[in-house]
Design a protein around this ligand. Structure first.
Ligand SMILES: [Zn+2]
Length: 314
């Protein structure tokens, strides 16, 4: 935990120390008249996130916005709401029920990561009281008093993904909509987990973000990046390029391990030469095998994949 770091006008980044790693999962505070938190990070690090906020003098929150319900983003929501019971938890309507009753969310995460990693790294979400939930709507304006956050639905990484747009700062709180970015090496990679990755929708969502003409992207993994439009362009191209490789792997009848290797050989070629600390974060958060599972799952679900081909080419 490294406290709050100013990244923009009244906007702060808190390094949650998720999985004991520096610069892996961020939480953002918009310190407006009615402060908002964006993301919570995981349940295991929530006590430290709360104490960092409290020691920085944050004594109330109007909103806690989660980009989606995956446990590295929303896993701490129950704890945060206990510490800030006045806050409304803003979540995509397709995700809301899973924060009130996380049984299925936990089962799905256990399948992907295993029970041991869930217990020691990802953590289990404390249920969020139903009355604290504010189901987001497309274009919803969250008034923070002296500034406003707008909710943009950005499915793709998951079907319940949203971003928060701070027009006054030209800043997009991107969650995982534009992938994962580690500034140490300016490494950007899609984040493509099962069960409901849809790379075509991810590209459509990135197009929506580009139309806002943002100046800066606040990545949850990890930190601010600009020029935003350049990163969004690259992110979109990556989702498409990876899809082509996954499709080839599927045609060859390869499983997730081999498709993961194919990603590293063909499209994620810088992964092999990352400095050790970045490589460790990438390996823990977005292992190639899990990315491959996401893509292969998408292809298996897409009965007539050819109907998308025109979109990919355009
Ligand atoms: Zn994530």
């Amino acid at each position: 935990m490294t406290g709050l770091k100013r990244v923009g006008s009244d906007t702060y980044l808190l390094d949650s120390g998720f999985m004991g790693l520096e610069g892996l999962v961020g939480v953002y505070l918009v310190d407006a008249q009615r402060p908002a938190l964006i993301e919570t990070s995981g349940a295991l690090v929530a006590p430290e996130v709360i104490s960092t906020l409290q020691s920085a003098g944050v004594d109330s929150l109007a909103y806690v916005v989660v980009s989606h319900i995956h446990l590295d983003h929303a896993g701490g929501a129950g704890h945060i709401l206990q510490a800030f019971p006045e806050a409304k938890l803003v979540v995509h309507p397709l995700g809301a029920a899973h924060l009130v009753d996380p049984t299925r969310l936990h089962a799905s995460a256990e399948r992907v990561f295993g029970k041991e990693a869930m217990r020691t790294e990802w953590g289990y979400l404390d249920p969020v009281p139903k009355e604290s939930i504010l189901a987001a709507e497309e274009g919803m304006q969250l008034s923070l008093g002296n500034r406003t956050l707008e909710i943009i639905f950005t499915p793709g990484h998951s079907k319940h993904h949203l971003c928060a747009w701070d027009a006054s700062a030209g800043a997009i709180f991107a969650g995982d909509a534009a992938g994962v970015y580690f500034r140490e090496t300016h490494y950007l990679t899609p984040t493509a987990p099962p069960p409901d990755l849809d790379p075509i929708r991810a590209c459509e969502s990135i197009e929506r973000l580009k139309a806002l003409e943002p100046e800066v992207i606040y990545f949850t993994h990890f930190g601010p990046a600009s020029p935003a439009l350049e990163y969004l362009e690259v992110a979109e191209k990556q989702y498409v390029d990876w899809l082509a490789v996954a499709r080839e792997g599927m045609r060859q009848g390869l499983g997730p391990d081999d498709v993961g290797k194919l990603f590293e050989e063909r499209v994620d070629t810088s992964r092999a030469s990352l400095p050790p600390k970045v490589a460790e974060k990438v390996r823990r958060l977005v292992p190639s095998r899990v990315q491959a599972e996401g893509y292969l799952g998408y292809l298996a679900r897409t009965v007539d994949a050819s109907e998308h081909e025109n979109k990919e080419e355009s």
